[in-house]
Design a protein around this ligand. Structure first.
Ligand code: FES
Ligand code: FES
Length: 164
């Protein structure tokens, strides 16, 4: 048995600890935002946040997550109340096929969590591991720049509501 805390909810799963986190999320928790692209850690489509770090969930064994909290695209907002990054991607029409987008957003979220108001240069450097086969990188960067500009900077002891 493995307990995974995903988007603030604890789930106890009867799975092999070696099962990649991506499979646990998609096949056992019905969280299908993170995508299977390459299964080799080379495309970023499966990116989620574990603890405070963006990780490729196709390579991370579920049993290695431990007590760290997992965040997926489903935890950032809803269609009715999208998070800042989700809103930025919609406003900039950043998705073409959409397959890479959840991974792009989660890697960007990890950046904005630790660097609110990140610069375009920081965004480009951070997103370097994530590939978009549709080639919509310019709109993706524009969407994240817009979200960074809309991200409030927390002061010590204050929580930041990420939803727009
Ligand atoms: S599916 Fe995980 S990096 Fe490509
Ligand atoms: S929008 Fe199609 S892979 Fe990025």
């Amino acid at each position: 048995m493995i307990t995974l805390n995903v988007n603030g909810v604890a789930h106890t799963l009867d799975i092999d600890p070696a099962m990649p986190l991506l499979y646990a999320l998609r096949n056992h928790l019905s969280l299908n935002g993170a995508k299977y692209g390459c299964g080799l850690g080379q495309c970023g489509a499966c990116t989620v946040i574990v603890g405070d770090t963006a990780v490729v969930s196709c390579l991370l064994p579920s049993g290695a997550v431990g007590d760290r909290k997992v965040r997926t695209i489903e935890g950032l907002g809803t269609a009715e109340k999208p998070g800042r990054l989700q809103k930025g991607f919609m406003d900039k029409q950043a998705a073409q096929c959409g397959y890479c987008i959840a991974g792009m957003i989660m890697r960007a979220q990890a950046l904005l969590d630790r660097t609110p108001g990140a610069t375009e240069a920081q965004i480009r450097a951070e997103l370097e591991p994530n590939l978009c086969r549709c080639g919509t990188h310019m709109r993706i960067v524009a969407a994240i720049v817009a979200a960074a500009a809309a991200t409030p900077i927390a002061h010590a002891g204050e929580a930041v509501d990420d939803a727009a």
